[in-house]
Structures are given as structure tokens and as C-alpha cells.
Design a protein around this ligand. Structure first.
Ligand code: ADP
Ligand code: MG
Length: 252
């Protein structure tokens, strides 16, 4: 149902040895909501996204999607990768670097997860891949190898690949920061189109104008904590915390 809670992040902590990288991070996301996560480099944004889908399991804390605990069995033990796989499929992740399979064409890159994890027959997976490539405006590139595509096109393939999981939630980690400036717009446009379809997303970005346009809510992280959060316009136009003010003025 639109508007109910999809994702809950509760008292997430993550340490690497002595270094505490996430400190009691808690927030929730409603179905259809778009949250932008902003903050200085090293503040823990990527670690937070990676913890949400247990790519990098948190040291403590809980993640729930639709009320279901991610990565932990009811007895508190960590799930095996096989147990985690269907849960991870609920969460589509798009990274700064696209990590497409270089030896597979674009269509096969997108069709791989549906075939391997969801067990879709080859023809159905191919059909799904072509539909999603058309959605990111790359229907005409389905037969190309990734190396023949621009960075912006490769990132759009990565987005189609994430969509092929039929995820409930999309996580974007600075999806445009590795791109040449002239390629940023085409990727942001695709993300905007997904946002306008009512998809739920958490988006780490330095593109503040984009965050203002797309995000319902902004969380500002610094030093592993959420220091301030609120509606996007309020956070950007009337920041309260000195660290947020300083961060925003460093960008302009
Ligand atoms: P952001 O995405 O906000 O730039 P990160 O989540 O990547 O920040 O990193 C937060 C902190 O965690 C940084 O100090 C970084 O050096 C540290 N860190 C990230 N990954 C690791 C790791 N695998 N091992 C040790 N330290 C790490
Ligand atoms: Mg990062």
C-alpha cells in the first residue's frame, strides 16, 4: 500500500576494527518515498547503503523490509548467503561504478539475475531485459557489449539490471559521480522517471539541485550519524545545524 512503512533502519552501528563508521543510524522510508542521503566524504553514506542489503553486515542494529528482518534469523544468527539472496532481490543497488559483466552483452547483463536467482526461463528473461532496456532508453543497444557504451549508457544498463530484480526498494550510491559531466543528465533523467513512477528509493548524491527536485526527504550524515533530517526544501533552504550549513556552502 502506498504510504505505509517499507524500510526501517533501527540503531545501525558499524565498526571497522576500532573505527566506528555508523553510530546509531535510524530512519524509516514509506513506500513510494524518495530519500536523499547527503554528507561529506567519509561520513558513512556508502557504508549505510551497503549495510541495508547486508553487502557489508552491520555490527549491530536491525533492517526491516516490509516488516521482515534482513540478514538475521529469528534466533539472532546471521543468515547464509543462500538465505539472504531472496531478501537482497528486494533491494536493487546501483553503484558509482557500474560493474557490468564485460563478457556478456547488455541484454544478457540485465537478464542474468532473473535467470539465475528467480529461475525465469531464458525467453522470459530476455523479454524482461529488453523491456527494461527500453525503459532506460537503450532498447537499441541490447546486443552491444558493455565496452562499446559510454559511461552514462553503462550506468543506465546497471539501472535496468537493478530493476530486473523487481526490487521493492532502489539504492543509488552516487550514480553519476564517476561520469563525465555531459553524461550526468541522461542518468539523472532516468532516475527522475523512476521517481515519478512512485518507486521507493534512497539516493546518495552530491547533486544537490537533483536532490531538491527528486527527494521528499533529505538525511544529512556527518561522522557516522544522521545530524539533521527533514523535508528536502526545509533542509536545503533553512538548515539548522552548523555542520549542515557548512556542508551546503562548501558545495556552492
Ligand atoms: P562516504 O560514502 O560517506 O564517503 P564511507 O561509508 O565510504 O563514506 O566511509 C565511511 C568511513 O568508513 C571512512 O572513514 C572510510 O575510510 C571507512 N571505511 C569504509 N569502508 C571501510 C573498510 N572496508 N575498512 C575500513 N574502513 C572503511
Ligand atoms: Mg561513498
Amino acid at each position: 500500500m502506498p504510504g505505509d512503512i517499507l524500510l526501517t533502519v533501527d540503531k545501525l552501528n558499524k565498526s571497522y576494527g576500532q573505527l566506528a563508521v555508523l553510530k546509531n543510524v535510524s530512519f524509516s522510508l514509506r513506500r513510494g518515498e524518495r530519500i536523499a542521503l547527503i554528507g561529506p566524504s567519509g561520513s558513512g553514506k556508502s557504508t549505510c547503503l551497503r549495510a541495508i542489503n547486508f553487502l557489508d553486515p552491520p555490527t549491530s542494529g536491525e533492517i526491516r523490509i516490509d516488516g521482515r528482518l534482513i540478514g538475521q534469523q529469528p534466533n539472532g544468527r546471521r543468515m547464509t548467503d543462500a538465505q539472504l539472496a531472496p531478501q537482497r532481490a528486494d533491494i536493487g543497488m546501483v553503484f558509482q561504478h557500474f560493474h557490468l559483466w564485460p563478457h556478456l552483452n547488455v541484454r544478457a547483463n540485465v537478464a542474468l539475475q532473473p535467470r539465475k536467482v528467480r529461475g525465469l526461463p531464458a525467453a522470459a528473461a530476455t523479454e524482461l531485459a529488453e523491456e527494461l532496456l527500453a525503459k532506460v532508453h537503450l532498447g537499441h543497444k541490447a546486443g552491444e557489449m558493455p565496452s562499446r557504451l559510454s559511461g552514462g549508457q553503462q550506468q543506465r544498463v546497471a539501472i535496468a539490471r537493478a530493476l530486473a530484480q523487481r526490487p521493492k526498494l532502489l539504492l543509488f550510491d552516487e550514480p553519476t559521480s564517476a561520469l563525465d559531466p555531459e553524461l550526468v543528465g541522461e542518468v539523472l533523467n532516468v532516475i527522475k522517471e523512476l521517481a515519478s513512477e512512485g518507486r521507493s528509493m534512497v539516493l546518495v548524491t552530491h547533486e544537490i539541485a537533483f536532490a531538491r527536485e527528486v527527494a521528499d526527504r533529505i538525511l544529512f550524515m556527518d561522522g557516522g550519524r544522521i545530524v539533521e533530517e527533514g523535508p528536502a526544501r526545509r533542509i536545503l533552504d533553512r538548515p539548522q545545524e552548523p555542520r549542515l550549513r557548512q556542508f551546503l556552502s562548501s558545495l556552492s
